[in-house]
Structure formats: C-alpha cells, structure tokens
Ligand binder design. Structure first.
Ligand SMILES: Nc1ncnc2c1ncn2[C@@H]1O[C@H](COP(=O)(O)OP(=O)(O)OP(=O)(O)O)[C@@H](O)[C@H]1O
Ligand SMILES: [Mg+2]
Length: 576
C-alpha cells in the first residue's frame, strides 16, 4: 500500500470526530464563537434535538466578507497568532478548528454583518464552500447547521434519540448561561422556549431563569478576592442534597470546566454537613491570570490544568468552609449530647408505635423475628415537622464495628444495620425518582471502557432504553467494548461492577421484574457500606430518614434494618 497525504476534507472529518461528537458539541462551538465576538445576546433554536437543525444567532462583531472563507479553513483563527498567545488565552476559541470540523459533517448557512459593512450570506456543504453573496441583515452572526452527520451515516447512527440529544443541549446552555450572567441566553427546542436569561450580570437572576425560584432559594453567595484568584458564585446550604454532581459548575475565566481537583475540594468542604454520598449545588466562577492555567489539554477544551493546584485547593476550600460555617444550619435532629431531651417517644412520635412495628429481638432462642402486626403506614407516617420537633426523640449511642448504629429510643436499645437501613432509604428515593421521571445522571469526567462478551454487548444494544432509563449513557464503541459516559448518581468507583451486575440480571431468566431488581441493585450500590465510619450527624440523619421511610423495617432484599432490645429483653439477659 502506498502512502498518500489525506485530502483536506477527510482531514476535517477526522478532526470533526474530536470536536463534533453530537449536536451539543456543535452548539458549544457556535456559542463560544459568539461569546468571543463579544455578543450580549445569544439565541439558540434547535429542531429535533439539534439533529435536524441548529441555529445560533448573536449580536456580536460579525465577520468581514473576505474572512468568511478563511473561517472555514482549518487552523485559521483570529484569536491567537503566536506561541506566547497560546499560553495566555483570553478567548474560548484558539484552534481554528470548530467551523471547518462542523462544516465537514453538515450543511451550513451563515449570515454575518459587521457594523458599517455589507452583510454576507454563505453556504457550505460537507466541507465544500458553495456560495457567498452580499445580503444585508442585522449586525452580528447567525449560523444554521442542518443535517448533522448527513455524509457520515455511521456517526449519524450513533446519535441518541432527539429527546436525549435535546437534553444535552439544554444542559449545555444552562451551563453557559450561568457562566456568563452578563450575556442574555435564550434556548428553544422545536419552537418551545425553555429559558431566557436577562443578561444583567447577576448570577442569581440567571439561576432564577434557568432553575427556578425553589432551587435558587437554597443558594448563598460566595465572594473572595485574593492575590492569585477571584472566586465568585453561589453554593447550596446543606438542606439541599443531591445524589449526583449535575448541579456543580465550575468556570475558570468563564470557561466551563470539569475538574477532579475541585470536586475533591467540595467533598472535603461539605464533610460533616452532608452524608458522604450527597452532593451540594455549586456554581463557582474562578478568575485566574491566564498564564497560570493551561486550557489546551483536552480536545473539547473541557479540562484545564492549573499551575499551582495546591494553592487553588487551599483557597477554594477555605472560602467554602468559611461560608458554610456561617450558615445558620443544624443538621437535622442534631443536638449536642448534653442537651438531649429525656427520651420519650410517645410524646414525640404520637402517631407511630415503633415498638410494636419494629422487629423484636428474641433472646430466648430459636426464632428471632417476630411477626409484627402490620400497621397501615399512610397518614400514620411521621411527617417532617414531627421529627424536626422530635429532636432528641432518639439518642444515638454510637457506631459499633463500623457497621451498626446503636440508639436509645422509647426506653429500649435499637441496633440498626447501617447498610441495610441506608439501602432502604436509597431504594425508596429511587422508586420515587423513577416514578416521577426525574433525571439522575452523572456524566463521568473520563468515560470508562468496559470489555464485554458479544452476548453482553448484545444485551446493551437491545436494551439500551433500560440503561438510559436508569441514568446510564453507554456507547458501544467496538464489538467487545462499551464506553460508560454517564451513570446514575452516587455510584462513583463502582461503575464497572454495577454495569456487570445489571447485565447479570438480564442473563438470569428467572426474574419476574428486571426494573425492580435493577433499582434494588442500584440502591445497594448507592448505600453506605458496612465498614464505613460515620459521623454523629450522619447517623442521626440515617435514623431520622429511616424512621420516616415506608417499609423501614426491612431492606429491599428483605433483611431487617432495625432490631429492638427492650428493657425486659436486657433484664432477662442479665437474669435480673
Ligand atoms: N459568531 C461569530 N462572530 C464573529 N466571528 C466569528 C464567529 N464565529 C466564528 N468567527 C470567526 O471565525 C473564526 C473561526 O472560528 P472557529 O470556531 O473555527 O475557530 P476559533 O474559534 O478561532 O478556534 P476553536 O477551533 O478553538 O473554536 C474565528 O477565529 C472568528 O474569527
Ligand atoms: Mg471557535
């Protein structure tokens, strides 16, 4: 085989593989160009999740007629010109790759006009520049991308449903709207407008438009102006608990980035305020001299490298901790030990007779599980107000063997299996979440590749909806490999194991309800494990939530969560 240079169009298509993965990547590149053109209004309209049509219009500087063919040439950019510039980047774009990459795999129409100049219209199809003519219009640029991947059917077939692709774009726009509260962003899918931010510079106003009042009410301001950094944003109070990092945004010099380092800072700062698997909402905008951060480390520019990670870590940690400690917040049910009210459950849990419904420990021998009278739960369930006012209704004695929580309640000793109890809480939450159709997906910073048998790959292909429904995003990238791009929240470190276990469910043809089994498996993965040390506040939260959960006596697999030893049991044991 003789070696030949690739033609330009093919080179662009190969580059497009890196830059353009799906409709959302097109939107990302186009809005970044609008931001770089100093637009103050950016309007995005898509059709069929962006698969059919993506339109991005801005009121930025516009382009000169003679620059337009150049914009579609690879490595042609107006943004940097020297190596020095590359290490001092102030713009979102710098590679001169986006437009040629997008153009090589779609049909593009572009209208652009600079102030005091004639407007231009151009058409590019599959990388071929077809036409350019003068056409007056408003100052700014409007780009319409039709039929993404029309000439690369293999790539097109990898696109997900219009709903999924549209959701990716929606998430992306929310993120950019938060990254630049000084720009008014609006987003419509199939003519339905999802939001429009005012562009008045207020992050809180942008959050209100994008997430609504309820979410915004949990957020509190963060501001720090220091030597090397300015840090601004909003962080949630510990009342807001999410199971994934979806509501955590970091912007470095306005660029949305993912950062394992910053995730770690958050985990540490919220330690003691949230359970280890709960996540806060964070919107942090970090400004740092461009020379101290390298943005050229990822093909999609989603990651950055900081020159001095340690000092950034310390600063962000101190700033968050400072804000959190000032929030007037008591973890649910928390009281310092000396102020515990005398234990009197009848008074505090008037509607619920825990002693009768809990499983009693029988010390006389054989059968340790007593059949309990079944209590209709319905309105007998304690409500939030009940247990909030019931602080001291139980007293945590401590954790034992890093696996069991010991507590005193209603003049009895209770032993709680921390894993089984948390599994019940997680299971109930998941059931509710899936029944209300709420999304629980967590994108992985680095997708994980999993090698599987052809049979397992077949299951994933055939039942992709099942996995997507649970919050996964799986891409079969080779006959024996699947890429895990996103998982349900709260399972980090166990992704591979979880996919394998779910595949086993499909391989077992004796199961009556796979969805149900899947939720059990997921709850088990999300739950705190035996062997994990717990803070007092964590134990209190688990117990409070367990006692207010339906079917709290057993974990979803049927094992007991709570065992009671009454005073009589103990007395008998000690032959009193
Ligand atoms: N909306 C816009 N308004 C004004 N000029 C634009 C717009 N979009 C693109 N351009 C011009 O076209 C050029 C090429 O854009 P393209 O996105 O391909 O490259 P880039 O932004 O320079 O770098 P990157 O590949 O990192 O995005 C830009 O440098 C800019 O001069
Ligand atoms: Mg660009």
């Amino acid at each position: 085989m003789s070696i030949k240079p690739l033609d330009d169009n093919l080179i662009n298509q190969i580059a497009a593989g890196e830059v353009v993965e799906r409709p959302a990547s097109v939107v990302k590149e186009l809005i970044e160009n609008s931001i770089d053109a100093d637009a103050t209004i950016i309007t995005v309209n898509i059709n069929r999740g962006g698969i059919d049509r993506i339109e991005v219009e801005d009121n930025g500087q516009g382009m000169e007629a003679e620059d337009i063919p150049l914009a579609f040439q690879r490595h042609a950019t107006s943004k940097i010109s020297s190596q020095e510039d590359l290490f001092n980047i102030n713009t979102m774009g710098f590679r001169g790759e986006a437009l040629p990459s997008i153009a090589s795999v779609s049909r593009i129409e572009l209208y652009s006009q600079k102030a005091d100049s004639t407007g231009v219209f151009a058409r590019v199809e599959g990388g071929r520049f077809l036409k350019q003519e003068n056409r007056p219009g408003p100052v700014g640029t409007r780009i319409i991308v039709f039929d993404l991947f029309f000439n690369t059917p293999a790539r097109r077939s990898f696109l997900k449903s219009a709903v999924t692709e549209g959701n990716h774009i929606y998430e992306l726009l929310r993120k950019y709207a938060l990254s630049r509260p000084d720009i008014s962003f609006s987003f419509s899918n199939d003519k339905k407008q999802f939001f429009k931010t005012p562009g008045n510079g207020s992050l809180k106003d942008a959050v209100l438009c994008v997430y609504g009042r309820d979410f915004a009410s949990y957020l509190t301001d963060v501001t720090y102006v220091g030597e090397g950094y300015t840090i601004e944003g909003l962080i949630s109070t510990p009342e807001l608990r999410r199971t994934n990092r979806k509501n955590q945004y970091f912007f470095v010099n306005h660029r949305p980035v993912r950062s394992v380092l910053l995730y770690k800072v958050i985990d540490q700062a919220y330690q003691g305020f949230l359970l280890s698997r709960e996540q806060p909402a964070i919107i942090l905008s970090i400004k740092i001299p461009p020379a101290n951060v390298d943005v050229n480390v990822h093909p999609q520019k989603n990651e950055v490298r900081f020159k001095d990670e340690k000092s950034l870590f310390r600063t962000v940690y101190a700033v968050l901790k400072d804000v959190l400690e000032q929030i007037d917040y008591r973890p649910l049910n928390y009281l310092p030990p000396e102020s515990y009210a005398p234990v009197s459950r009848e008074q505090n849990y008037p509607n619920r007779v825990v002693s009768e419904t809990a499983i009693s420990f029988d010390f006389t021998g054989q059968s340790s599980l007593r059949k309990d009278p079944v209590q209709p739960l319905g309105d007998q369930r304690i409500k939030k107000e009940d247990y909030q006012s019931a602080a001291g209704g139980f007293r945590i004695i401590g954790q034992c063997l890093n696996s069991y929580i010991l507590l005193e309640m209603n003049q009895a000793l209770y032993l709680v299996d921390q894993h089984a109890a948390h599994e019940r809480i997680m299971y109930n939450q998941l059931k509710e979440m899936y029944s209300t159709g709420k999304e629980v997906t967590q994108m992985l910073a680095v997708p994980l590749a999993l090698e599987l048998s052809p049979q397992q790959i077949g299951i994933i292909e055939e039942h992709n909806d099942f996995f997507t429904g649970l919050g996964f995003e799986l891409d079969v990238i080779a006959p024996d490999t699947v890429l895990i791009r996103a998982t349900p929240g709260g399972v980090s470190g166990q992704e591979l194991e979880l996919v394998n276990e779910l595949l086993e469910l499909w391989q077992d043809n004796t199961l009556p309800d796979i969805q149900e089994e899947a939720i059990k498996t997921l709850a088990c993965k999300k739950a705190i494990k035996a062997g994990e040390g717990l803070y007092l506040q964590e134990m209190e939260r688990i117990i409070t939530e367990l006692l207010s959960s339906a079917d709290y006596k057993n974990c979803p697999h049927g094992r007991p969560t709570i065992i009671k030893m009454s005073q009589a049991d103990l007395d008998r044991l000690f032959k009193r």
